[in-house]
Design a protein around this ligand. Structure first.
Ligand SMILES: [Ca+2]
Length: 328
């Protein structure tokens, strides 16, 4: 810029000198001298103005670039503004999602309270009721308040031999038979597992009537069964109560075995095939509540098969469960 101003100043000074020369000596100079001076002046001016012309061109280019940059900056600012709006919208969506999640939780709690109230009403009477447990659709269960008091659900019943209990794995998993007060049935291992999968322990109550009319009770205070992956393992029984022997203890921690699914501890045989049932066999069992009704060899019994006599065969069995009520 300093050079440019210097050039302008020199140009102006030169023009002034020439002008003075013209005014003072114009009459004395001839045309040739005037022409030469004019040419010299033009040449000199061009040399001085040339960089200015180049700088002017570069300035125009830079002005165009600056204009582009200003335009881009405006676009960036607009985009930044949009990003801020999107971030605010996203944050609002997260808040809304959390609110919906909280509302769902509250709704589920309310639903569970209503369900528990409904179930509590159900337990007051015997008979068939519909229940809902997590992971399964609604299904019927048989309540019985005559055998051991209110609130008990019958999970297995043998009364007359109408139903075969020598069934495969799928049948024991799903359940089978006639779920009525006078029917024979097994509720199914999957339903049993789900019903027992609560925050509180469950009791197991087995009522057994012998051929000689004697009634025995096997009562356990912490009955639990695992899922299918575990082989519906008999996880726990708890303390044994009642006037029977503790003939199920041997089966604790055992998986369920059917004639087509050998999960027992018998190395060379399938206990379900030996005893004609489906059960939590060890190698094998001291009980056979799913055995053949009124069969001389494989009748339904409780106690060691070696000690079994005809009087030990059972004419009826009811296996019941109920959530354990604690005073804690
Ligand atoms: Ca085996």
């Amino acid at each position: 810029m300093r050079n440019f101003l210097t050039c302008i100043l020199l140009t102006c000074l030169y023009q002034r000198v020439i002008s003075n020369l013209h005014s003072e000596y114009a009459d004395d100079l001839n045309c040739a001298v005037a022409k030469r001076l004019e040419n010299q002046c033009a040449s000199y001016c061009y040399q001085v103005i040339k960089p200015f012309i180049q700088i002017t061109h570069e300035c125009h280019q830079k002005d165009a670039k600056i204009a582009d940059l200003i335009e881009q900056l405006a676009k960036y600012k607009a985009a930044e503004s949009q990003n801020k709006e999107l971030l605010e919208i996203t944050a609002n969506l997260v808040d809304i999602k959390e609110m919906i999640s909280e509302m769902k939780t509250q709704l589920n709690k309310s639903h569970n309270v209503q369900e528990n109230e409904h179930n509590t009403q159900n337990t007051l009477n015997s008979g068939l009721k519909m229940i809902k447990v997590p992971g399964l659709e609604v299904f019927p269960v048989l309540y019985n308040n005559h055998i051991a008091g209110p609130g008990w659900i019958v999970i297995q019943q043998r009364l007359n031999g109408d139903q075969s209990f020598y069934r495969d794995w799928a049948a024991y998993r799903e359940g089978f038979g006639d779920i009525t007060e006078n029917g024979e049935f097994f509720i199914g291992l999957e339903k049993l597992h789900r019903m027992l999968s609560t925050n509180q322990p469950n009791e197991l109550y087995i009522r057994m009537e012998h051929v000689n009319k004697i009634v025995r009770i096997a009562h356990y205070d912490n009955f639990n069964v695992g899922d299918e992956v575990s082989g519906y393992k008999l996880l726990s029984l708890g303390k044994h109560l009642g006037n029977s022997t503790d003939a199920l203890r041997r089966n604790e921690k055992m998986k369920f075995t059917t004639f087509d699914r050998d999960n027992d501890a018998h190395i060379s045989s399938n206990c379900a095939q030996i005893q004609n049932d489906g059960w939590w066999h060890a190698a094998c069992s001291d009980s056979n509540l799913n055995g053949i009704y009124n069969d001389a060899k494989h009748c339904i019994y409780w106690n060691s098969a070696k000690l079994k006599t005809n009087g030990d065969c059972l004419t009826s069995v009811q296996i019941l469960i109920k959530p354990k009520i604690t005073l804690d």
